[in-house]
Write a protein that binds this ligand. Structure first.
Ligand SMILES: Nc1ncnc2c1ncn2[C@@H]1O[C@H](COP(=O)(O)OP(=O)(O)OP(=O)(O)O)[C@@H](O)[C@H]1O
Ligand code: SF4
Ligand SMILES: [Mg+2]
Length: 330
C-alpha cells in the first residue's frame, strides 16, 4: 500500500514493513506545527530495498525514524511482521527495535569517541542480551567481514577514517542480527571513491544476512543502483512510488521529472534540489503541495490533494496532470 487514503495499491504478498497514513508533526515556536510527514503509506517486502528520495527537509529521515517509533508517529500505523508497533509495550518494542537497525550519515559522530571499536560493536550485544550467540571469535569474524582488521579492535574511532567508521557502524548494527537495515544517507559524508566501497559492502552484506533495507539518499544515481523500489517525497508527502526502473525510466510526476532532469545549469543544485523556494512545512501549500513550483499546475492543484493513479504494474503517481498515461491492471 502506498500513498494517500486507504486504497490498497499493492497486493503481492505480506509486507515485512507496512506504513499506513503516517503523520509526524513537531511543535514549533509560537504554537506552530511542523508538518514533517503527512499521510505517507508504503510497503516494504522482505528482502527488498526501498529507496527514499526528495529534497532536503521533505521528511525522509523523519519517515525512517518513525518506522522505529523514534519519534512515535502523531498518527497512522507502522506494522512490522504483521504487528502494529503501537500495540507493543516498552519491552516488546525494545526487542523489535533490535530487528530494525539504523545507520546514519556521519559515521564518526555516531560512534562513542571514548570507547574502543570492540566495545562499540559488542555493546549492543551485551545490552540487548543476545550475547550467548556471539562468541569473541564470531565478533572478530564480523569485524573482518566489514573490512576492518580485528587486530585494530582496541583502537578508538578517531584512529579510523570516515569510511572505516561507517564500516564499524555497520558492524555494530549487524551484531544485533537485524532483519532490516535503515540507511540514512550512509555515504553522503564520504569521499566518492569510498562511497562505492561502502555501497558494495552493503550490497554484499544484504545478501549474506538476508536484509531488507530502507535506503535514504539525495544522490539519485546511488538510489537507482541500490533500490528495488523508490519512494519520491515532496514536502512530507509521497509524489511517486514504484519499481526503480519504472520510476527512473518513466518518471511521471512533474516533481520526479524535475529531480531527474538535474543537469549542470538547469537550476538544480548538486544535491538534487530544485530552484525556487521550498515552501515551509509549518504552512505547506493547499491541495498539491508542489503547486507553487510546478509548471503544469492548474486551479484544481491549489485546492485538491491528488489521489494516486497507477501507471505501471508497480508505479503510482499522485498528480492531477501526470506526464504519462494511466493504466488499469487487473
Ligand atoms: N525534532 C524536530 N523538531 C522540529 N522539526 C523537525 C524535527 N525533525 C525534523 N524536523 C523538521 O521536519 C522536516 C523534515 O525533516 P527531515 O529531517 O525528515 O527531512 P529530510 O528529508 O531527512 O532532510 P535532509 O535531506 O536534509 O536530511 C524539516 O522541516 C525539519 O526541519
Ligand atoms: S497535482 Fe498539479 S501542481 Fe501537483 S504536480 Fe501535478 S500538475 Fe503539478
Ligand atoms: Mg535526513
Amino acid at each position: 500500500m502506498v500513498g494517500i487514503g486507504t486504497t490498497s495499491l499493492r497486493s503481492d504478498g505480506s509486507p515485512l514493513i507496512r506504513v499506513e497514513n503516517l503523520v509526524v508533526e513537531f511543535p514549533a515556536a509560537k504554537g506552530g506545527v511542523v508538518q514533517a510527514v503527512s499521510d505517507v503509506s508504503f510497503d516494504v517486502m522482505a528482502g527488498e530495498t526501498l529507496g527514499i528520495v526528495g529534497e532536503s527537509g521533505c521528511g525522509k529521515s523523519t519517515t525512517a525514524k518513525a518506522v522505529i517509533q523514534l519519534p512515535v508517529p502523531t498518527s497512522g500505523t507502522v506494522s512490522y511482521d504483521d504487528t502494529d508497533l503501537a500495540s507493543l509495550d516498552k519491552e516488546q518494542l525494545r526487542k523489535v527495535r533490535t530487528d530494525l537497525q539504523m545507520i546514519f550519515q556521519d559515521p564518526i559522530s555516531a560512534l562513542n569517541p571514548r570507547r574502543s571499536i570492540w566495545d562499540i560493536i559488542s555493546e549492543g550485544v551485551e545490552i540487548w542480551g543476545t550475547h550467548g550467540a556471539w562468541t569473541d571469535a564470531r565478533l572478530d569474524e564480523l569485524i573482518r567481514s566489514v573490512g576492518i582488521d580485528p587486530q585494530y579492535k582496541d583502537r578508538k574511532p578517531f584512529q579510523f577514517s570516515g569510511g572505516q567508521c561507517q564500516r564499524i557502524s555497520i558492524a555494530r548494527a549487524l551484531a544485533l542480527d537485524p532483519k532490516v537495515l535503515i540507511c540514512d544517507e550512509p555515504v553522503s559524508a564520504l569521499d566518492v571513491s569510498v562511497q562505492a566501497q561502502i555501497l558494495n559492502l552493503l550490497d554484499d552484506l544484504k545478501s549474506e544476512h538476508d536484509l531488507t533495507m530502507l535506503f535514504i539518499s539525495h544522490d539519485l544515481a546511488v538510489v537507482r543502483n541500490v533500490s528495488d523500489r523508490v519512494l519520491v517525497m515532496y514536502l512530507g508527502r509521497v509524489a511517486e512510488v514504484g519499481d526503480a526502473d519504472s520510476i527512473f525510466d518513466n518518471p511521471t510526476h512533474p516533481y520526479t521529472q524535475a529531480l531527474l532532469s538535474a543537469v549542470p545549469g538547469s537550476g538544480i543544485s548538486d544535491d538534487g534540489s530544485l530552484s525556487g523556494e521550498l515552501p515551509s512545512p509549518l504552512n505547506p501549500p493547499s491541495g498539491c503541495r508542489f503547486h507553487t513550483r510546478c509548471s503544469y499546475a492548474t486551479e484544481v492543484c491549489t485546492t485538491t490533494v491528488p489521489e494516486f493513479e497507477q501507471f505501471g504494474e508497480d508505479h503510482w503517481v499522485a498528480c492531477h496532470h501526470p506526464q504519462g498515461t494511466p493504466v488499469t491492471i487487473t
